[in-house]
Design a protein around this ligand. Structure first.
Ligand code: AMP
Ligand code: MG
Length: 495
C-alpha cells in the first residue's frame, strides 16, 4: 500500500451541485514537508515504517502542484453562526476537500488547508500560515493522544510564500484527515434557503456513509440528531475534563460527527481560570472555558431549528434535553478517573461531584497548573510526606486550610476504594497526561521550524501522541507552565 494506490470514492460530489464548487489548488513555491504523522498514515492504512509514502508525491500534493489519481478537489459550501450572528457567506475559503479515501475503517477525507482562494474566500487570501498549521497539526496529535475525538493530519508543510497577517508569516499547508467535514452549518445553509429536499439528501448521505445502523431505525433522522447531541455532549465533557478551550465555537466549526474541528486560537488551559479564553479577539469571553458546555447546547439548538422541517419540534426538544445529563455523566466519569476514583454503580454519586468541584475551586484559588495538579495528586499516598510533596507541587502552603479540608474529604473517599495507593497512581497516570500541548512550547517548535529545524516539532508530535509516560531524558521545561512574568503568546482569530 502506498499514497499512490489510495482508492477514492468522492461521495460529496454526488450531492447536488450547490453543495460545493470545483476548485483547483493553487501551487505554492518551494514546499517542504516538515513532518509526517504515523497516526495520520495509519488512519489511511499506510505504514510509515515500510516506506509507503513517497516524499516527492506528498510534497507535490501539499504544494498544490499535483493530485493523486482519483482526487477531484472541491470547496464545500456551508454557512453558520459566528459569535452569535448568522453569516450566509461561509464555506471552505482556504481549504479544499481533495478526495475521500476508502480505508478499512471507512471513508477518510483528505483536506488540504491553505490550498488557495475559492468562491467562498470572501476577502481572505486562501492561505494558511506556518504557525496555525503547526498548531492544528499538533492539536490533532494531542487530542488523539488523550482519546478526544478530533480531526487529524497526515502532514504539515511550509512554503516560500510570504503571508500577511498581523505580521508577515511563512505560508504553509496542512493535509487534514477526517471521516467527514460535515458541519452544523451545512444544515443551517439548507434551512435558510428552504431546501428541504436537499436536507433530506444530506441526512441520508450522512446516515449511509457514517451511521449506517440508523438506516434501519424507526425514525432515522431522529436517530441521527440524537447521535449528534450525544457525541457533542461527550466531546465537550472531554474538553472540560482536560482543560481544552476551542475558542471559536461557531456553528460552522461544529462537526456533525462530534469531532473537534477547525483549530484556531485554541489552547489547553494551564493555570486554572474558568473564565479564560486564549482568543484575544473574543473580548466578551463568549467562548471562554466555562462557557463551552452552554455554547454546545446553543449550537445544537441552532442545528435543531434547522431540522424543524423534517423532525417534529417536540421530539427535537426531547432530544436536546438529553444533552446536559449526557455531558454531566461523561464529565463526572472522566473526572472521577482523573482523581483516581473508581466509578460507582450509582452514576450520580453526588459526593464525587462536590469533591471534583472543590478540587477545581482549590486550583482556581491558588492558580495551580491544571495538568500538573492531577499528576501530583497521583503521587499522594495519604501520609505526611506525600502531603508535603503535594502542597509543594501545587505551590500551596502546607497548612493552607482549603487544601487540608479537601485532602480530608479525599482521604475519606479513598478509604472507600479497594485498591492500593500504587495501583491508584498507575491508573491516574494512565489518564492524566504529563505531556501537554503548552502554547509556549508549541511556539518554540514553530520558531525552530521556521528557522529550518523541524526536530523540535517532530519530538513534540511524538510526546503529544503518547502523553502519559514520561521520558526520563526530558528536561523540566516540558512540564512547566510559562512563568507568570513571561509575555503571553498572542492568539487571535486571524490565522
Ligand atoms: P475559521 O474562523 O477558520 O473557522 O474561518 C471562518 C471562515 O473564514 C471559513 O469560511 C474559512 O474558510 C474562511 N477563512 C478563514 N481564513 C481565510 C483565509 N485566509 N482566506 C480565505 N478564507 C478564509
Ligand atoms: Mg472554520
Amino acid at each position: 500500500m502506498n499514497l499512490n494506490s489510495l482508492q477514492f470514492d468522492n461521495a460529496w460530489m454526488r450531492l447536488p451541485e450547490a453543495f460545493y464548487s470545483r476548485v483547483t489548488p493553487t501551487a505554492w513555491r518551494n514546499t517542504r514537508v516538515l513532518d509526517v504523522s504515523p497516526l495520520g498514515a495509519a488512519q489511511l492504512g499506510l505504514d510509515l515504517e515500510s516506506d509507503s509514502i513517497d516524499p516527492e508525491r506528498l510534497e507535490a500534493l501539499m504544494a498544490g502542484r499535483e493530485l493523486l489519481p482519483g482526487m477531484t478537489p472541491i470547496a464545500q459550501k456551508y454557512t453558520g453562526h459566528q459569535f452569535g450572528s448568522y453569516n450566509p457567506a461561509l464555506g471552505d475559503g482556504r481549504g479544499l476537500l481533495l478526495g475521500e479515501a476508502v480505508t478499512a475503517q471507512g471513508p477518510m477525507d483528505l483536506h488540504l488547508k491553505g490550498a488557495g482562494q475559492t468562491p467562498y474566500s470572501r476577502f481572505g487570501d486562501g492561505r494558511a500560515v506556518l504557525r496555525s498549521s503547526i498548531r492544528e497539526y499538533l492539536a490533532g496529535e494531542a487530542m488523539s493522544g488523550l482519546g478526544i475525538p478530533t480531526t487529524t493530519a497526515l502532514a504539515v508543510a511550509v512554503n516560500d510564500e510570504r503571508v500577511m497577517r498581523e505580521r508577515v508569516e511563512p505560508g504553509a499547508t496542512l493535509l487534514r484527515l477526517s471521516p467527514s467535514h460535515a458541519r452544523f452549518g451545512h444544515f443551517e445553509w439548507l434551512y435558510q434557503r428552504r431546501k428541504v429536499e436537499d436536507m433530506q439528501t444530506l441526512l441520508w448521505h450522512l446516515i449511509h456513509r457514517h451511521r449506517p445502523e440508523f438506516a434501519e431505525a424507526d425514525a432515522p433522522f431522529e436517530a441521527f440528531f440524537a447521535d449528534v447531541v450525544e457525541r457533542t455532549a461527550n466531546l465537550i465533557a472531554a474538553w472540560q475534563a482536560y482543560g481544552f478551550v476551542h475558542a471559536v465555537m461557531n456553528t460552522d466549526n461544529m462537526s456533525l460527527l462530534g469531532l473537534t474541528l477547525d483549530y484556531g486560537p485554541y489552547a489547553f488551559m494551564e493555570r486554572y481560570k474558568p473564565d479564560w479564553t486564549p482568543n484575544h479577539t473574543d473580548a466578551g469571553g463568549r467562548y471562554a472555558f466555562e462557557q463551552q458546555p452552554g455554547v454546545g447546547l446553543w449550537n445544537l439548538s441552532v442545528l435543531a431549528q434547522s431540522l424543524t422541517p423534517l423532525i417534529d419540534v417536540e421530539r427535537l426538544r426531547e432530544m436536546l434535553d438529553e444533552y446536559e445529563p449526557t455531558l454531566q455523566r461523561a464529565y463526572a466519569q472522566l473526572m472521577r478517573a482523573r482523581l483516581g476514583l473508581t466509578a460507582r454503580t450509582d452514576d450520580a454519586s453526588p459526593g464525587d461531584s462536590s469533591l471534583v468541584a472543590d478540587w477545581l475551586k482549590l486550583l482556581e484559588q491558588h492558580q495551580v497548573d491544571f495538568h500538573n495538579a492531577f499528576r501530583a495528586l497521583g503521587r499522594y499516598r495519604g501520609d505526611d510526606d506525600s502531603r508535603r510533596a503535594l502542597a509543594e507541587a501545587l505551590e500551596i502552603a502546607q497548612d493552607d486550610t482549603s487544601l487540608m479540608a479537601w485532602l480530608e474529604s479525599y482521604d475519606q473517599r479513598l478509604g472507600e476504594e479497594s485498591r492500593s495507593h500504587e495501583a491508584r497512581r498507575c491508573a491516574m497516570e494512565a489518564v492524566n497526561p504529563c505531556y501537554v500541548l503548552r502554547t509556549h512550547l508549541v511556539q518554540d517548535a514553530i520558531e525552530a521550524a521556521a528557522a529550518g529545524d523541524s526536530a523540535p516539532l517532530q519530538r513534540m508530535r511524538e510526546r503529544l501522541a503518547s502523553p502519559f509516560s514520561r521520558h526520563d531524558s526530558d528536561s523540566g521545561a516540558w512540564f512547566l507552565p510559562p512563568a507568570v512574568s513571561a509575555p503571553p503568546v498572542c492568539l487571535s482569530c486571524s490565522s
